[in-house]
Write a protein that binds this ligand. Sequence first.
Ligand code: PFF
Length: 458
Amino acid sequence: GTPPHHAGAGRAGFSSSLGVLAATLGSAVGLGNIWKFPSLTGANGGAGFLLVYLLSTLLIGLPLMVAEIAIGRQARANPISALRQLAPRGAPWWLVGLGGMAAAFLILSFYSEVVAWVFAYVAKALAGSLLSADPAQTQASFDALVTDPVQSLLWQWVVLAFIGSILLLGVTKGIEAVTKKLMPLLFLLLLLLCGYSLTLPGAGLALSFLFAPEWHKITPAVVLTAMGLAFFKLSIGMGTMMTYGSYFTPGQNIPATATRVMLADLSVSLLAGMAIFPAVFSFGFAPSAGPSLVFITIPAVFAQIPGGQVLLAAFFILIAIAATGAMLSIMEVPVVILHERWGLARPRATLLTLLILMLLGTGCALSQSLLAHIRPGGRTLFDWADYLSSNLLMPMGGIAIALFVGWAWGEQAFAAQLSNQGQLHNRALARALSLLLRWVTPVLIGLVMLAGLGVFGS
Ligand code: PFF
């Protein structure tokens, strides 16, 4: 294939094994754990959903994550150049990288809006203006925020500018350095909140809700949602892990790193569930509140416990921290593509990405105010961005990446990446993963997508 623009010695990357781990885990951990995971688990019946999500993570998520990182590290280039370089006979696999860039813009346009609410809530929690034991009141505060076009838009721009300014510092001094500081802080805050929550009287109910399945709630649409969550959680199917793979150190053990990240990410989700649900059950709220769970239920719950104001601020700071590493990784995809393929200097590529996102994000930011009347198929622009990315684009990207590694790239190169040029003996693992990616992963994703979208009837 054609050589990538900026391959080789001068290219930026993560500087240490710890840095690789922090950045990769930083990408996985985010709103997915604290906003999506509890609300989806709550709305879809608890433990049964959790089990389907676990299966998707193990059978689909983890192999794809390993595959993406391996591709990235082999090519040492952005997703478009990487797939171009590794594809046999000029086959157009690079289109998958282009799709990834589109998915990145789509995800960031709604993701940054949720983080906008989080930032606004940190400010409001610190000012003490959020707490009320009356859920009608906390609902009203949330509605007032999301239906206010000025606040929605300005907070989104604050969030985007914040992430952009970290990216301007570069891969090593920006992404790696920041995630290395934030990840330990995140675990500390989460453990504190969780420890506190488990002393509440509703803890028992919450744990049985999280860990005792109700099978009848599992429908094909629920399975698709669980699989979509697995993609979203592990940041796969859109080139993010490929991009980070291109920054991995040569000696980093890819399968071990991916497994560790998956396990740590899962712990964060479970801890978040154990921090949120006991509080919800203790004060008689419904666990099925959906996306507004953390914004409406949690302030009402925390109003009823001593020290609630401090806890509430801590909780939203926790979410902001978690979301930062994730947003850095999503935004890095278009930045490095614009940098390496269009030849823009990195700062310019970052500013251009920022500008595009400020424009595109408007659709999501205003979807409950000025643009609330635009609801094709009953979904707002915000809901469409969320739905299409997790349930369509990422799974499609996943199918393509599985097929690429299984059929096009070749097992030799894949095995070489997994074995770190022979230092480790991962041949059998490479064989097994190749077979899985060739025959099982694409078929499984395809079936779940078709069933979930109602193609087989419902
Ligand atoms: N994994 C992140 C989360 O769970 O919040 C979201 C995400 C990050 C999705 C990076 C996609 C991505 F490329």
